[in-house]
Design a protein around this ligand. Structure first.
Ligand code: GLU
Length: 464
């Protein structure tokens, strides 16, 4: 039975890289009818916050990454870590280390001066010295001194580390809180995790964890390390490259399905498929299609996907999503004006983000006065008489797209002008801008009375 887990540290927002890891763990569990576990690794007492836990859970809910078990909090499992630590101590796999911070600092400085890599030198490993009074020791793992740790990484293939390179890591701090490498192994064992998928910044931790598994005596999970996400300049994706937190994408007006589709393709592929639902991803998801090399974040492509999902999204849902952005723009569709769903449907083919949808919807609800340049360019002595005539003919023509379009043709013919000479001025006069979706559709939605009122207003302003 497949069991995967996502184990974020609540020290900030959910990074899109973390979201991608969560997505792959989730998809793998779903693909195999397995279980997806959520675990909050909150043992960094200085940096972990409640607010961060909340953002992470909110982000996962927004993305639709539902978990089957948890969230488990490591700080609620301290007794269990102590129990396993005592077992390791009893079995001779761990020992107390009384070296003070200053002493260790000195040791590292000396190592650096000798041109060596700083590492714990094992001074308490086999020590029979009397422990110094008043020092609270840390518990260290007795890492094997020779031999190799080898695993067949699900993404990267075979990886080897010589034990010589690994020093005796601290597993319990002096305050009894486990370090990451120890907590993660105890938890992954207790939670029967079968597949550990995580960022490849953890590759160096894995051999230490494998040694711990062996010492504790449990079945090893399979490990898969996902390559990093890079910014367009090839550096690790960070704030410099734009939004990195999931909530920021939500707040900027992305749809979760666009973000998920994008993250799914970031480092994983199914043939040339670019647009697919999470259900499709679950059907297709296989670890051998995860790329071994880092993926580059491409904001254009994400925008393109968002545009696609905006075009196909349910209109009730979109109307609800766009409403707060309209309020920010002093637009209140609930107080009158056309049905927001119809407006959204008309303007959505042109936009990439929800706030742009709001921008494109403003003039349906309140008059916007055109910029002087647009007035000068489009509301000319040639076009004003056409607008005047339209204003009066609008009074009793049938108010629907087809009839409006027929009326334009008739009035254009009578005035000997072309559509561009009517359509654009009409847009500027009624909507305040020269570019809108099909003007007959726009006018139909704004409504006869409001269109006539705005036209009269614009003509009056121009003294025409
Ligand atoms: N808490 C670790 C992190 O956020 C989890 C790493 C792992 O999945 O083992 O990086």
């Amino acid at each position: 039975m497949v069991r995967t887990r996502f184990a974020p540290s609540p020290t900030g927002f959910l990074h899109i890289g973390g979201a991608r890891t969560a997505l792959f763990c989730w998809a793998y569990a779903r693909r195999h009818g397995g279980t997806f576990v959520l675990r909050i690794e909150d043992t960094d007492l200085e940096r972990s916050t409640e607010a961060s836990v909340k953002t992470i859970l909110d982000s996962m809910a927004w993305l639709g990454l539902d978990w089957d078990e948890g969230p488990f909090y490591q700080m609620q499992r301290l007794d269990r870590y102590r129990e396993v630590a005592e077992q390791l101590l009893r079995d001779g796999h761990a020992y107390w280390c009384y070296a003070s911070r200053e002493e260790l600092e000195e040791m590292r400085t000396a190592q650096r001066e000798r041109g060596e890599k700083p590492r714990y030198d094992g001074r308490w490993r086999d020590s029979t010295a009397t422990p110094p009074a008043g020092v609270k020791p840390v518990l260290r793992f007795r890492n094997p001194l020779d031999g190799e740790v080898v695993w067949d990484d699900l993404v990267k293939g075979e990886i080897r580390f010589a034990n010589e390179e690994l020093d005796d890591l601290v597993i319990l701090r002096a305050d009894g809180v486990p370090t990451y490498n120890f907590g993660v192994v105890v938890d992954d064992l207790d939670m029967n995790i079968t597949h550990v998928l995580r960022g490849d910044d953890h590759v160096n931790n894995t051999p230490r964890q494998i040694n711990l598994y062996r010492a504790i005596g449990g079945a090893l999970p399979r490990f898969g390390h996902l390559p990093m996400i890079l910014g367009p300049d090839g550096e690790r994706m960070s704030k410099r490259h734009g939004a990195v937190s999931c909530t920021q994408y939500r707040d900027e007006g992305f749809l979760p399905e666009a973000v998920m589709n994008y993250l799914a393709r970031l480092g994983w592929s199914h043939g040339n498929e670019e647009v697919f639902s999470m259900q499709q991803m679950v059907e297709w998801f296989a670890l051998d299609h995860i790329s071994r090399s880092p993926a580059r974040f491409d904001s254009e492509k994400l925008l393109w996907l968002n545009q696609h999902y905006l075009k196909v999204a349910d209109l009730d849902r979109l109307a609800a999503l766009v409403l707060p952005f309209l309020h920010e723009r002093d637009c209140h569709p609930e107080q009158g004006g056309p049905d927001l769903r119809q407006v959204v449907d008309l303007v959505r083919p042109r936009v990439h983000l929800i706030p742009e949808l709001a921008d494109a919807a403003i003039y349906f609800y309140r008059q916007i006065h055109a910029h002087e340049d647009h007035i000068a360019q489009h509301l000319t002595p040639v076009t004003l008489p056409v607008l005047r005539e339209l204003h009066s003919r609008f009074a009793d023509c049938s108010w629907e797209r087809g009839a409006l379009s027929a009326l334009f043709k008739e009035v254009m013919a009578a005035h000997g002008v072309k559509m561009g000479q009517v359509g654009v001025p009409l847009r500027v006069a009624v909507c305040g801008e020269p570019q809108t979706p099909a003007i007959d559709a726009v006018l139909e939605l704004i409504g006869r009375d409001e269109v006539r009122r705005r036209l009269a207003d614009t003509l009056a302003r121009l003294g025409a």
